[in-house]
Design a protein around this ligand. Structure first.
Ligand code: ADP
Ligand code: MG
Length: 392
């Protein structure tokens, strides 16, 4: 079938042609935004889930919801080694400039920029714009040197400036698991403080399934402060809709049996649904129909594409020892597995491979669903390991 009209979109953060099965999450954030608009409070949402389930595209959808309502929306992505003060200063500066035109800065925004200026000075950050050069710094609100307090101070300035401008601010923070414990703790405290003032500042975050535990370790009350939502596979109906709806718009139909096969192959993981849909479309013989035979022809292409992309990028940058650990995990079948069993499969004891385990968790390739257990953060990764990393 004509590849130029192929609607499917496998790729990290690539918006799907039909965003299906996430009505509850979208509704929760819509309600939070509306509540803020009414001057009420709402909890911040944190999405958690394996790689490729659709967390990043949901964050995009949330920003779209905010934009529709005239909110200032900004994305932020945590990375290993990210400096939170720097990232926050940069974010706050961009948000403030969007709240007020640069040539005519509103008084409340001007003050907030002054507070930002003291924050930047206290945290030895470069002054991000010429704009604040001529502004007086406003000391005493976000320059204590304690990150918790200073972030709370900055967020309050942003929230108040937004409220005064009759708008709101929505920040999405992706890959939360990469934040260091102190940074995550400071962020939680900052959000906690502003949530008590009912300011229109909403943070919606996403990360791997380890995030609720990391948040609880950083601040014990995190559990009450956030609305944690697990993003999972698509149910069968939704997975079918994800394929059928975009095709219909191109005048193309899917055979029932073709859909059954994709659902079975992908187990409803959104990334895989997109990849299998895409390949099946490209190899399809007809001009208005995708058949089970087309899917059969597309499967090896889709698997190859995933192996050399989605899965492969995860193992790039792992050491030989780490790969051995991954192979040992996969040798035990689908997880989670007791860490002791993985060690035993390597002919070692648990402390002997603790460092490898720790590194793989730090790289976001594995996580511990429960104490003493380990699993992959990438769905169906054990199959990939058996296909591609198996020692021969
Ligand atoms: N609800 C959904 N319906 C259909 N496809 C989806 C859905 N959510 C995500 N996808 C697709 O899955 C892939 C992975 O999405 P992404 O947001 O990057 O996942 P994550 O951030 O959880 O790793 C993308 O190709 C996207 O188009
Ligand atoms: Mg993502």
């Amino acid at each position: 079938m004509d590849p130029t009209r192929n609607p499917y979109s496998p790729g990290a953060g690539s918006p799907p042609p039909a965003l299906v099965g996430r009505g509850a999450e979208i509704e929760a954030v819509r309600i939070a935004i509306e509540r803020f608009r009414l001057g009420r409070s709402a909890r911040s949402t944190i999405l958690t889930g394996l790689r490729g389930v659709g967390k990043t595209v949901l964050l995009q959808e949330f920003r779209r919801l905010g934009q529709e309502r005239g909110w200032v929306c900004r994305p932020l992505e945590a990375g290993r080694g990210m400096s939170l003060p720097y990232a926050m200063a940069d974010l706050v500066r961009k948000v403030l400039l969007r709240l007020s035109p640069a040539h005519d800065i509103a008084a409340r925004v001007r003050r907030a920029l002054g507070v930002l200026k003291s924050f930047q000075m206290r945290w030895n950050l470069p002054d991000g714009s010429d704009l604040t050069v001529g502004l007086d710094s406003v000391p005493g609100w976000a320059d204590s040197g304690l990150l918790d307090e200073d972030l709370a101070g900055l967020f309050t300035e942003v929230g108040e400036a937004a409220r005064e401008r009759g708008r709101g601010v929505l920040v999405t923070l992706d890959e939360v698991q990469y934040l260091k414990k102190e940074a995550l703790g400071a962020l939680i405290v900052g959000l906690h403080q502003i949530s008590q003032n009912q300011l229109p500042f909403l943070l919606v975050a996403a990360g791997l399934p380890s995030v609720p535990t990391l948040a609880a370790e950083a601040r014990s009350y995190a559990e009450r402060l956030f609305d944690f939502r697990t993003i999972n596979t698509l149910g069968e109906e939704d997975a079918r809709a994800a394929l059928v709806t975009p095709a219909e718009q191109e005048g193309v139909a899917w055979e029932d049996e073709a859909l059954d096969r994709i659902v079975a192959e992908t187990k409803g993981y959104p990334y895989f649904v997109q990849e299998f849909g895409k390949q099946s479309w490209d190899v399809a013989e007809g001009t208005d129909r995708i058949t089970a035979a087309d899917v059969d022809a597309g499967v090896p292409l889709a698997v190859d594409e995933l192996d050399t992309g989605f899965f492969r990028v995860r193992v790039d940058g792992t050491s030989d020892g780490e790969r051995e650990y991954l192979v040992a995990m996969a040798s035990l079948g689908r997880g989670p597995h007791a860490s002791g069993r993985v060690a035993a499969a390597m002919g070692k004891d648990t402390p002997g491979v603790g460092a490898l385990r720790h590194k793989l968790i730090g790289k976001g390739l594995c996580y511990s669903p429960r104490y003493g257990e380990i699993d992959f953060t990438v769905p169906l990764f054990d199959d990939f390991v058996r296909r591609r990393l198996w020692p021969t």
